[in-house]
Design a protein around this ligand. Structure first.
Ligand code: NAD
Length: 488
């Protein structure tokens, strides 16, 4: 472990204990987890390492608070979310610094995450009062049908490290709006942001037990213990497909409702009629946001053979102009990856691509020195079947593969087991719609490199999971429907 070198502004006052039933407390055995700065490997803070006993205490608190929270008027629930939104906005700089420190992303991007993540609190503060059932006449007459919506009950949220705030608010916003209480288990690499958010929720007056946070290094045990309890009614998970599959299996025992936001392998299609300037601009965002550590990151660049060379040249030029460094330093565009394994796995995918015939235009090898840095990398002449095209890269590497027809491009895009998001650049309106319809993905970015928006339904198909976060759909994940038959 090296000594901290960067400024730690932002960490003062951030809780490091468990938040259970409205009380901050240490782990029963006083154990802690070190949170590391990915820019140099130094320890930023140590947070409580809760175990299954503490997790069960959190579920007890959530279960105890459930009835009163469900009975709290929707307007009141919405206004608490709105107050939390206002307070996060006021503290946006601190949130951004904490995100940047523990996750590594540049401050400007961390600020972007605060704006985006906070928007879920605002959006669902507005949706809280719009939950409604319906009244319908029986088609054959003689009776009426009434439907009513009810909160599903206590929820477990398991979130990843790549968007420490937004992956939480996407779940907390709709759950609280719907009247559900929650136990949150943030990623152990980036727990501080969620603890800071819990402080905000406490400060604005969210009642004790409605939101509980358990940080732990024993995710598997804690997840399994909570899911083995029938009081838990819902699990929303964002993370890898592998872990998601295990949780789906565990949910079978008590038939808990589940939402799964899993991995992606986004194709980025550039047709011969695309506006290349816009495509390069979009590629930079879709690839480099979060250093490529995003489920939505463009993973496979599929470019028409007539424009591939020009596209590759321009992308390499832009990528080589990026400044790599500590996320909190001025002028940095690309921060470190989350840990040493991430650097190793990205490096291995690049080496394998080269063995399989790819050429490196820029980057290609991990940076020397402390911290977990990988330089922006562009690979051309990547064979369609290359290993890198089949794996989620989760790093700043853009592999370019060519195609010659639209059918070939769509087939290549759909050949992945994943189906989260696809990007397509074309100026032809008919092709835009035809391709959007043909792409087997939950989301399509049409002439844009960014799709995330609190007002839109985010989610995937196939191995990217199911369920939607955000939009009008997001709150449905937290509501059950009761139908009442009424003879008249
Ligand atoms: P991960 O699956 O390793 O971990 C995610 C969370 O699950 C962490 O909190 C971790 O501690 C916990 N966890 C791990 N094993 C567990 C188990 N057996 N039981 C219960 N919890 C367990 O994923 P990660 O490396 O943190 O995140 C990267 C992955 O997340 C990528 O695949 C990425 O595509 C995906 N992701 C998806 C979305 C989306 O919305 N679809 C968004 C962001 C990230």
């Amino acid at each position: 472990m090296t000594q901290a070198s960067g400024t730690r502004d932002g960490l003062e006052g951030v809780e490091t204990r468990l938040f259970i039933g409205g009380t901050w407390r240490d782990a029963d055995d006083a154990g802690t987890i070190d949170v590391l700065d990915p820019a140099d490997g130094s320890v930023l803070a140590s947070v409580a390492d809760g175990g299954t006993a503490e997790a069960m205490a959190a579920l007890d608190a959530a279960a105890d608070a459930q009835a009163a929270w469900a009975a709290t008027p929707p307007r009141e629930r919405g206004e608490l979310l709105r107050a939390a939104y206002e307070l996060v906005a006021q503290r946006a700089d601190q949130f951004a610094r904490v995100i940047s420190l523990e996750m590594g992303k540049p401050l400007a991007e961390a600020k972007g995450e605060v704006t985006y993540g906070n928007e879920f609190l605002r959006w669902f503060s507005e949706e809280a009062v719009r939950v409604r059932g319906r009244w319908m006449e029986n088609p054959v007459g003689g009776s009426r049908m009434l439907t009513m919506k009810k909160p599903v009950g206590p929820c477990l949220f398991i979130t990843p490290w790549n968007f420490p705030l937004a992956m939480g608010t996407r779940k907390i916003g709709p759950a609280l709006a719907a009247g559900c209480t929650v136990v949150i288990k943030p990623a152990s690499q980036t727990p501080l942001t969620m603890l800071l958010l819990a402080q905000v929720l406490e400060e604005v007056g969210v009642p004790a037990g409605v939101v509980n946070v358990v940080t732990t290094s024993s995710s598997r045990e804690v997840g399994a213990a909570l899911m083995a309890d029938p009081r838990l009614r819902k699990v929303s998970f964002t993370g890898s497909t592998e872990v998601g599959r295990g949780l789906i299996g565990q949910s079978a025992e008590h038939l808990q409702r589940i939402s799964m936001e899993l991995g992606g392998n986004a194709p980025f299609l550039v047709f011969e009629d695309a506006d290349l300037d816009a495509a390069v601009e979009g590629a930079m965002v879709a690839k480099m946001r979060n250093m490529g550590e995003a489920c939505t990151a463009a993973n496979r660049f599929l470019v028409h053979e007539s424009v591939a060379e020009e596209f590759g040249r321009r992308l390499a030029e832009r990528m080589s102009g990026l400044t790599v460094g500590r996320g909190q330093d001025d002028g940095v565009d690309v921060g470190p990856l989350i840990n040493a394994e991430a650097v190793e796995s990205v490096g291995a995918l690049v080496s394998e691509a080269v063995e399989e015939g790819a050429r490196v235009l820029v980057g290609g090898k991990p940076a020397e020195g402390p911290g977990w840095f990988f330089p922006p990398t562009v690979l051309v002449d990547v064979p369609a079947e290359a290993t890198i095209n089949r794996h989620e890269i989760f790093g700043p590497v853009a592999p370019i593969t060519t195609f010659s027809t639209e059918e070939e491009a769509v087939a290549a895009a759909n050949s992945s087991e994943y189906g989260l998001v696809a990007y397509a650049y074309t100026r032809d309106l008919t092709r835009s719609l035809r391709v959007s319809e043909a792409l087997a993905f939950g989301m399509v970015g049409l002439n844009t490199g960014i799709v995330s928006n609190a007002a839109a339904p985010f989610g995937g198909v196939k191995a990217s999971g199911f369920g939607r976060e955000g939009g009008f759909e997001g709150i449905e994940e937290y509501l059950d429907t009761t139908y009442v038959a009424i003879p008249l």
